[in-house]
Ligand binder design. Structure first.
Ligand SMILES: [Zn+2]
Length: 64
């Protein structure tokens, strides 16, 4: 392994939807709710479909 700059494999530009992420309130306590976030633009929604646009809302900017 002489190459110092070997390219990372399996890296894609496809933005992922991260989650469910536990939501905390201003006091640091769990609200009991979870949300999802797009790794591409940072848009957050309470469900995945709110990011992909499947629920009829506007999809996040990187999915248009
Ligand atoms: Zn996005």
């Amino acid at each position: 392994m002489a190459t110092a700059n070997s390219p990372t494999t399996t890296e894609t530009d496809e933005p992922r939807i991260e989650g469910p992420i536990t939501e905390f309130d201003r006091y640091g306590d769990k609200t009991g709710a979870t949300y999802f976030r797009c790794s591409g633009c940072g848009v957050e929604s309470i469900n995945k479909k709110g990011i992909t646009g499947e629920d009829g809302h506007e999809p996040c900017p990187c999915r248009k």
